[in-house]
Design a protein around this ligand. Structure first.
Ligand code: HH2
Length: 259
């Protein structure tokens, strides 16, 4: 899954069309590099990020979706807002990636009426404050229980089981040790029986391990993606598609020798 951001600061000061062109070009590049899925977001979920109004978020996303309508790969939209979910589904989005894990009934109802895939992610707290002092008893057990409950809630709203993807939400209300424990015990999440999505690309955990700033986290991110896939992840959400695809091809050739 290749990441495309539509979250430029310059959106309101005339940069909209230029930014849209750049985002579409970026998506095409990631597809050419081997992405099987594009994830586009128009509201930053970084720690401390501010929220974007529904109408502005949709206004950023709809032209992007229309430009990618004939793309070879499905497009996932990273949004927490039911109103935005409805609008992007009408515009051809194939997946809704909700970092709030479809916590609201409204969000579940918004996706239930379509046949899109849904990614329910675990987050403790809210983006603005989630990294202040994240605390767990047993992070792996708590995240697994939460995800299982979210899957059940989605079923309750009428979402079929084969549409559901789960994500432990690396960096979302988690300290370094929590993230590491979740990656070490990813099998516990995989054992829930759903495809698991993992997003570690360029995140703080990679920076803590390597001591590198965001711009120098490619190799560490590829290593983390490999570990995740080796541990059973079905989808890795990454910025650096070409490098990750190379690594996964080598891994796959070794692990899936048909002979
Ligand atoms: N991480 C970010 C945003 N959306 N969605 C899912 N399902 N899983 C994730 O781990 C995830 C996500 C945040 O990533 P960040 O590096 O802060 O920003 P971005 O990757 O959008 O540039």
């Amino acid at each position: 899954m290749g990441i495309v951001n539509l979250t430029p600061d310059s959106f309101s000061d005339g940069g909209r069309f230029e930014q849209l062109d750049q985002a579409v070009a970026r998506a095409v590049q990631l597809i050419d590099e081997g992405a099987d899925l594009i994830d586009v977001g128009a509201e930053s979920t970084r720690p401390g990020a501010v929220t974007v109004p529904d109408t502005e978020e949709a206004a950023r996303l709809l032209p992007f979706l229309s430009a990618l309508r004939d793309a070879r790969v499905p497009v996932s939209v990273d949004t927490r807002k039911p109103a935005v979910m409805r609008r992007v589904l009408d515009a051809g989005a194939s997946m809704i990636n909700d970092v709030a894990g479809f916590a609201s009934v409204d969000a579940r109802v918004a996706v239930a009426g379509s046949d899109c895939a849904v990614c329910a992610m675990h987050m403790q707290g809210e983006p603005a404050t989630m990294q202040r002092d994240p605390a767990y008893g047993d992070v792996v057990a708590e995240v697994a229980t939460f995800l299982r409950q979210r899957a059940d809630a989605l079923f309750g709203a009428g979402v079929a089981r084969d549409r559901v993807v789960l994500d432990p939400g690396f960096g979302f209300g988690k300290g370094f040790d929590h993230n590491l424990a979740l990656l070490r015990r990813l099998d516990t999440i995989v054992d829930l029986g759903f495809p698991v999505l993992v997003g570690l690309s360029r995140k703080g955990m990679i920076g803590t391990i390597t001591g590198k700033p965001v711009a120098e986290r490619l190799v560490g991110s590829v290593a983390a993606a490999l570990v995740a896939v080796e541990s059973g992840a079905s989808i890795v959400r990454v910025h650096d598609v070409a490098a990750t695809v190379d690594a996964l091809r080598v891994w796959s050739a070794v692990r899936h020798d048909p002979a």
